[in-house]
Design a protein around this ligand. Sequence first.
Ligand SMILES: *[C@@H]1O[C@H](CO)[C@@H](O)[C@H](O)[C@H]1NC(C)=O
Ligand SMILES: *[C@@H]1O[C@H](CO)[C@@H](O)[C@H](O)[C@H]1NC(C)=O
Length: 633
Amino acid sequence: MASASVAIRVVAAVLVLLPDASLQTLPPPWGWACDQGVCVKGEPSDATTSLNQCKLTCSPESAVWPRPSSFMHSSEVSFFLPTNVTRRLGCQEEVCPLVDQAIDIFLDNLQRSHPDYADGSAPWEGPWDASVVSHTLDLDVTVWNADDRLHLDTDESYQLFVTTIADKTNAQIVAATYFGARHALETLSQMVEYEEGVDALMVLSSATVEDAPVFPYRGILLDTSRNFFSVKSIERTLDAMAANKLNTFHWHITDSHSFPMQLETLPNMVYYGTYSPRQIYSPAEIRNLVEYGRIRGIRVLPEFDAPAHVGNGWQWGEEQGMGKLAVCVNREPWQSYCVEPPCGQLNLANPKMYNVLGQIYNEMVELFSPIDLFHYGGDEVNLNCWNTTDEITNWMDENNFGRDADAYYNQWSVFQEKSRQLLTAANAGSEVPGILWTSHLTEEGRADQYLDPSKYIIQIWTTGTDKLIGELLEKNFRVIFSNYDHWYLDCGFGAWVGEGNNWCSPYKGWQAVYDNSPYDIASDLTGSAHEDLILGGEAALWTEQADEMVLDSRLWPRGAALAERLWTNPSHNWEPAETRLIHQRQRMVTRGIQADRIQPQWCHQNEGLCYLKGVHQGCQAMAEAESTNVTET
Ligand SMILES: *[C@@H]1O[C@H](CO)[C@@H](O)[C@H](O)[C@H]1NC(C)=O
Ligand SMILES: *[C@@H]1O[C@H](CO)[C@@H](O)[C@H](O)[C@H]1NC(C)=O
């Protein structure tokens, strides 16, 4: 009874406030004023704008993420409708169709930023003021060269000039390659926001952007073996990567748990290896994803992890008269033979295993064609698995290889060299750099004994303080950073092989992701930033505890924090980037990415008021103040 009367009173109060019963027809009670690059919420006046307009115009970076290397813009905006965009292309034959597709994606993103166009249905008619929105956005895109594939030395730079005369805004894009041009379109789409009062989009009226990434390799790893991810969810991941100018989707497609990659010449792999018949990637789906990525400026990089991290999918060898292709498959107790269940390693003693491996490479090279890099995996070999398997130990003895750790490492490195030759043969004799995880083979004093720095790139997954990083750099290895203390996105959840928290806890917040600087790590360890050897970095989502239900929120917005580190390599920590990061998260949500919420919406509307100011320098200052006090007393 009491609650019913309260409800009635509330309704009555609302009716008094809103005679039209529509919030949208009332003038907003709040406006935002730009104060030294920060949008401040207050009473509306001639000097205030909407929140969106303030976000676009107020700070030197506007609302663009990752921050461009050089960016100047006006504080004026022009209103237009997402249907009123024209295009003019200057490009070579192979490249023009790509640019057209990139513009289609750009238009789709514009529609998503306008609530009345967002669902792709026919635009809503009114109530905009036709005279205000009689305006065109003209795109003028020039791409100089014909290169339509991403390489480590692809020029991804671009220039973007926005000018407005009367009822036309012209966006001129000039880039050496298609990839630069598509980044420019992404930047331009981030210079556009929805304006509620006009019910139209607005674009910065004038701007000059000159931009290029600091690191050529900017990746996200997804593991689709521990748990399966639908093609749709992978496409969504590529969309979100494109919104952040990340350029490498590292596909850890197989592991010991399941083998979802369908191969035409080896149907048994997926038959024995998939979790269920529908949880597979067909050749056509893989090719489509590779193309889907290319249009979005992303290399889909295949990993075939070996000689460990194989298992399910490899059980058919004996039946086919080929002997055991893998050993220790699903062997228990797992902790004696591998790092996590289920176990499995390739059978080095069986020459037929190499026939199968070569066939896998043949198909992978064709599916991901043309490859410019290949990931061999190569992590976490368990010597006890091999050393307790009769077939392997007999083979070691017969060949007088010995049975100590070095003997096994030697055979592992022989395996690696054979793999490299098979991959090169699969790639029509053309060598591509191979990527390997840090492992026993790369441990102190070993890496250059087993691996040739001109042929291998090392992906670092130890901690950022590991001396090994310095050693690899000093031995001239090119490296990619994925140090787990900052860039493993699966950390910080409950354990799955016991109780408590999982192995790499705690959770790595976006701030920790943002602040991880490869050059600083290299400088601390070696006294040099080794800019020529550090190709970039990658955030890894291992998926023992994730499937597509939580995919977006594990990856985003932390993947965006990674992206600004790798694109811009800012000299400051996360604090000045916070406002834009929150906005970038909102933008991704608008585009259909279910990114994690990291703050109350109040913080998005009240810029800079949420974090404890100077947490970093603050701690230092506090410590200094305390020590000063101590001396004084
Ligand atoms: C598109 O822009 C032009 C001016 O450049 C204008 O004449 C036309 O009315 C606009 N169309 C719409 C639907 O706003
Ligand atoms: C393999 O087993 C033999 C005999 O049990 C032992 O001597 C050797 O140390 C083992 N090797 C490794 C690397 O553990």
